[in-house]
Design a protein around this ligand. Sequence first.
Ligand SMILES: Cc1cc2nc3c(=O)[nH]c(=O)nc-3n(C[C@H](O)[C@H](O)[C@H](O)COP(=O)(O)O)c2cc1C
Length: 350
Amino acid sequence: MTSLFTPIRLGALDLPHRVVMAPMTRNRSPGGAPNALNAEYYAQRASAGLIITEGTTPDPSGHGYIDIPGLYDARTQEGWRGVAKAVKARGGHIFVQLMHAGRISHPDFLNGEAPVAPSAVQAPGEIFTHEGPKPHGMPRALEAQEIEALVGSFGRAATLAVEAGIDGVEVHGANGYLPAQFLAPNVNRREDEWGGTIEKRARFLLAATDAAIAAVGGDRVGVRLSPGVTFNDIQDPEAEATHAHVIAELAKRPIAYLHVVDARPGWDVAGQVRRLFPGTLILNGGYDRARAEADLAAGKAEMISFGAPFIANPDLPARLREGAALNQPDKSTFYGGDARGYTDYPALAA
Ligand SMILES: Cc1cc2nc3c(=O)[nH]c(=O)nc-3n(C[C@H](O)[C@H](O)[C@H](O)COP(=O)(O)O)c2cc1C
């Protein structure tokens, strides 16, 4: 019977077990290039079967929060090279999550320019800037030509990642960032080839995925979705049908995995995805060891990702395997700061 500690082949990688580190923004890359502290953080977590990094923008227009990294030029690539080297030195495997924030941003992060989005629809609520909370920026609608260029940025970032020694990329289609903004009719009010029907709303996510596949091969590309999740003001009355289309389309592509945030109450998201996607499925959302083992044994997924538990437990796989107690994460240090709450959580004594 499959357990969390059954090895698995993922794309071209042989992984020792199925405990994945979920992508988590930590806001500790001032200037947008990963630094030595970031490399140390990921190296500490290299015993994950696979690390999926924090959201990383493939284009300067995609910086959505304070001090998040990018991957779009030699400088940012050099930062990721340092991370890859540190993780590889500990025998780990790592994909960079490509996250374009779209309208979930502010001119303060974009050299004073407006955030970009499928349509000029401002996100409600506030975003935390260097000067404190401010309303989300009023976005401007992307020109069709700019959309093509942004699709291409996912391919270019994938190439930069692999050249830097990173194992692959995850296209972030979840949680209300740019690809999810295209999927959602309340944010995407376009009437051209990029909006309107489900097929047209799904086009950006699928094209970005195809660009990454063309650049580095499907073995090195994963996709993350959050069907039905309304975070960042995503409203899609047809969410189930929208995601059924996206997942069926992804199932035709040679991707390494599909990563699903299972967080929609009252909807059997995992079951729906499993019926539509025969490839490697990673499930996420509030897992502990018992639930992870039960879902793997039931064939609901092939791997399970853990978010917050990995922040506080650099050696989470060993702790899960041994049934050891877990350190509790300190939420006050999740987003930004220094080594405190980042690289100072203790591993089990050797
Ligand atoms: C501090 C923090 C930052 C996060 N940043 C991201 C991100 O950059 N990209 C993403 O897809 N999800 C992000 N998430 C969501 C996690 O990947 C995951 O879906 C969520 O924490 C639920 O999993 P868990 O219950 O195991 O923590 C973040 C979560 C946390 C706690």
